[in-house]
Design a protein around this ligand. Structure first.
Ligand SMILES: *Cc1c(COP(=O)(O)O)cnc(C)c1O
Length: 444
């Protein structure tokens, strides 16, 4: 271990604990009030522009993905109160949750069954729109159902889309690109599950598998795309478009909270818990929420103990200049959606002053929480998504944060949202295997 890393571990005790494989709760000392957050990486107008683009595509999506027709082609998930899970967390896990607990069910988003159906699909649509505009084949005023013609699919068929992925991003990009008619190649890291590769291949997507980790798959994808002028690379590490697609969730959540008559203000704080891999999805969602609720929303990222890349990036302030391996942390986790060893520097810098904190969780607890949610609410979500409950296992540290923010007396009227990032596409056999892991029949 180099001296730079050793120095960090001495200065920042949480990093030494994380390096020892322990669960940690890190409060972000750089978080500051909205008035002092400084320059914006993306503007409100850019987020609104993204929302409008998704609206333009909605009639097309409703037509080609019938499961989105009920919502008129708007890809959105339910916000459901989970009272029985709240009780379970309080009774069995000592969570001490005051206020109400909700599940944001991106696990059940149409088309690709994960949070990646926000950013991933948005980026493909934006690229397709740009190409069609440039070629004079589409205007903003036209009915986008025009894209569902063999002529348009042939046009897109001359172009290629590529992406590196641990699985879910590949599913979103692959399914959407193939539907439009693009040639599409997904570069999958070793963590990616077999069923995701099979599903993509069944849709005509080229899947290239790597023995190596996520960052290496991204690098290979990028190289392959750079060699081909007709190819577009979806860059999970730096993409503003992905980020904007996720950020649209802020405005949508606001509408859902209002529909349910839920107030958010200084005395009715909102706490949001987001599972984090490279940071794009939770970063975009958190950013979108901060744009709307400012200091009244508190966003926490959740990571596996063995893949806490955003923690090491943020706590050191070095972002992508450090990886979990530098700290002797393996990068290996069953939470495949979160199996990332080096965070996005773009996201890290954008949310540095907005993020409340980061908390980590051991894999075996993800399975226990998965079973608890199924038992109490009859909802299945994948292991990665169960990280959204991690903060509830750190009641004391959470209380410290609440006291620091002078919120103790209004927690009874707080709203907590666990952002369930994936799960509905997991095949039943795989779900059954997950549900046995860590029980008497299958030891972890
Ligand atoms: C990708 C993913 C995340 C995290 O998104 P990042 O952009 O990698 O941080 C969380 N949960 C699931 C299920 C995912 O697929």
């Amino acid at each position: 271990m180099d001296t730079r890393i050793e120095a960090y571990m001495k200065q920042i005790p949480v990093l030494a604990e994380a390096a020892a494989g322990k669960e940690v709760f890190w409060v972000n000392g750089r978080e500051c009030p909205e008035s002092r957050q400084g320059e914006k990486a993306v503007s409100k107008e850019q987020i609104q522009d993204a929302a409008r683009r998704l609206e333009r595509f909605a009639p097309y999506l409703a037509e080609v993905f019938p499961e989105t027709a009920a919502c008129n082609g708007i890809i959105e998930s339910e916000l459901r109160e989970i009272k029985a899970m709240r009780q379970e967390l309080n009774q069995e896990w000592g969570a001490g949750i005051a206020g109400r607990l909700f599940l944001k069910m991106d696990s059940h988003l149409p088309i690709s069954g994960s949070v990646k159906a926000r950013g991933g699909i948005y980026e493909v649509l934006k690229h397709a729109e740009e190409l069609a505009f440039k070629a004079g084949l589409l205007t903003e005023q036209e009915d986008y159902r025009k894209l569902n013609t063999s002529e348009m699919r042939e046009f897109f068929g001359r172009y290629k889309v590529q992406v590196g992925s641990t699985g879910n991003l590949g599913l979103s990009i692959g399914i959407m690109s193939a539907k439009l008619g693009f040639q599409v190649t997904v570069h999958m890291s070793a963590d990616a599950k077999q069923w995701k590769k099979d599903l993509l291949r069944s849709k005509g997507v080229t899947v290239i598998e790597y023995e190596s980790d996520y960052c290496a798959a991204v690098e290979e994808g990028r190289k392959s795309s750079d060699r081909d002028p007709m190819s577009y690379f979806v860059d999970d590490e730096n993409s503003v478009n992905l980020f904007l697609g996720y950020a649209v969730a802020g405005e949508r959540l606001k509408r859902q909270l209002e529909e349910q008559g839920i107030q958010v203000d200084r005395r009715h704080p909102l706490f949001v818990y987001l599972p984090c891999g490279i940071g794009g999805a939770p970063g975009g969602v958190a950013y979108g929420l901060k744009e709307i609720y400012g200091d009244c929303v508190h966003c926490f990222f959740m990571e596996p103990t063995q893949a806490c890349c955003m923690l090491v990036g943020m706590a050191t302030g070095e972002h992508d200049k450090v990886s979990v391996r530098d700290f002797g942390i393996s990068g290996k986790t069953d939470a495949d959606g979160l199996a990332v060893g080096r965070p996005s520097a773009f996201v890290g810098k954008v949310i540095e002053k907005r993020l409340a904190g980061i908390c980590t969780i051991e894999d075996r607890k993800l399975y226990e929480l998965m079973r608890a949610l199924l038992k109490t609410e009859d909802i299945f979500i994948e292991p990665s998504a169960c990280a959204s409950f991690a903060a509830f296992l750190h009641a004391d540290e959470m209380d410290g944060y609440i006291r620091q923010k002078n919120l103790s007396d209004c927690m009874g009227q707080a709203v907590h949202i666990a952002w369930a990032t994936g799960g509905s596409m997991v095949p039943p056999e795989t779900a059954a295997e997950y549900l046995n892991i860590g029980t008497q029949s299958v030891r972890l």
